[in-house]
Design a protein around this ligand. Structure first.
Ligand SMILES: [Zn+2]
Ligand SMILES: [Zn+2]
Length: 266
């Protein structure tokens, strides 16, 4: 039995995941989870923004799919959420999305360091070679800090995503991390331990042990997420994530219902 919830999973509506929410739910029960949350990539104001998210007119369909899983699996607590892209200037749009359904939480994620470069996109790997790594990380953490300051999100997703393809600056990033975590603490925004990093080139949970240790010192709350894009990934490597959380001193994590926070011990 797993005492923590898996709060990060996707659906085929985002165009790069497989399996229906009912399949994710079935797998969650099989691996001993008691609570999960769907947090698929939210629509953007413009449907042609990119090709890895649901369209605006699919949002209701998404909610219906999650509702069906809730109905079919009464023994599993299933939360309704979104992984929302944070870009400066999109705050109004994010508030509009929040008003459209009774969400349990929003994960705020930064994938874009400009209007056109999503740093985790393998199709744009060549961009990394044109840029200074520290500069990219600086812009990324500046945006992540703004996301945390905005108070629009319960959770910040995969906090050190730019390490995905192993582009990690030699420079000291302590100040970038500290500014972000101070903002998260101030707005009571949690950060997630996202095990998808273990399945990527960087082979490390997001965020790194160094960032997580700093988060603990600053009293920033945590959640857990597999970032599953297939049913078999639900709850994957949660024993590693729990071990890391305990190692740096965490003994509780957050749960969210209708955007209200509670703590549970693990
Ligand atoms: Zn995705
Ligand atoms: Zn993401």
């Amino acid at each position: 039995m797993l005492s923590v919830a898996d709060y990060h999973m996707h659906t085929p509506l985002c165009q790069h995941a497989v399996g229906e929410p009912v399949d994710y739910a079935a797998h969650a029960l099989a691996v001993g989870l008691q609570e999960i949350g769907f947090s698929d990539h939210s629509p953007m104001l413009r449907d042609d923004f990119d090709n890895w998210r649901m369209r605006n007119d699919q949002l209701d369909q998404y909610v219906e799919k999650v509702r069906k899983a809730q109905k079919d699996f009464p023994n599993l607590r299933i939360k309704l959420a979104l992984e929302v892209d944070y870009l400066p200037g999109h705050e109004g749009w994010i508030r509009d999305l929040a008003a459209r359904h009774p969400w349990d939480y929003f994960i705020g994620s930064v994938h874009y360091v400009s209007e056109s470069w999503d740093v985790d996109n393998p199709a744009k790997l060549s961009e990394w070679k044109k840029r200074d790594t520290f500069e990219v990380w600086s812009v990324y953490f500046e945006r992540l800090t703004m996301a945390a300051e905005s108070g629009l999100f319960e959770i910040i997703g995969h906090a050190d995503l730019p390490k995905k393809f192993c582009f990690v600056p030699k420079e000291d990033c302590t100040k970038l991390f500290a500014r972000f975590l101070d903002a998260a603490r101030k707005t009571e925004t949690a950060i997630e331990l996202n095990t998808a990093g273990l399945r990527k080139e960087c082979k490390e949970i997001y965020p790194s042990p160094a960032i997580l240790r700093m988060a603990r010192e600053k009293n920033v709350a945590i959640t857990f997420g597999s970032d599953a894009h297939a049913p078999g990934e639900v709850g994957l490597d949660f024993s590693d994530a729990l071990q890391l959380a305990r190692e740096v001193g965490y003994s509780s994590c957050c749960k969210f219902t209708q955007r209200k926070r509670e703590f549970m011990n693990f």
